[in-house]
Design a binder for this molecule. Structure first.
Ligand code: ZN
Length: 145
């Protein structure tokens, strides 16, 4: 089971890498973290599942950044989701899914994540992508550190 999950993760990473290599822009992508180092000052992370956990994106301590996630769907089409991260939280800035419900789900912050209908999550059902805001402590517990 663990091996299967690891294999799926590898396929996703390879797919993401292949997708990035094909791009013309030289925009630097924030890599997904699979562990948290002590010199990482982030107090919270966005955990991305597609649908298995792919990795963590740190909330920036200052400034903002976007992270484009591309995956090839079973029908061969390319699924694109763009997450926007700030020191307070994140939202889905853009997506090419039908309906674009995920783009309208609003911002998740450490303050509002208990009160939102979807709690700490932004969900893109057509792309089977879930992004959730977790604290550093929750992230450490999740990855067993
Ligand atoms: Zn969507």
């Amino acid at each position: 089971m663990v091996q299967k999950a690891a294999a799926i993760l590898m396929i996703i990473i390879l797919t993401l890498t292949a997708g990035m290599a094909g791009r013309q822009e030289n925009e630097k992508e924030q890599p997904f973290l699979v562990q948290i180092t002590e010199d990482d000052p982030s107090i919270a992370y966005v955990l991305v599942r597609m649908p298995n956990p792919v990795g963590l994106l740190p909330l920036p301590t200052e400034g903002e950044y976007t992270r484009t996630i591309r995956q090839i769907m079973p029908d061969g089409s390319e699924a694109v989701n763009v997450l926007h991260l700030t020191p307070e939280g994140f939202w889905m800035e853009a997506a090419n899914c039908k309906g674009q419900d995920c783009v309208g789900e609003g911002m998740v912050t450490l303050e509002n994540r208990e009160e939102r209908v979807l709690w700490n999550m932004v969900v893109c059902l057509p792309h089977q992508l879930v992004a959730e805001l977790i604290t550093r402590e929750e992230a450490l517990a999740m990855i067993g550190q």
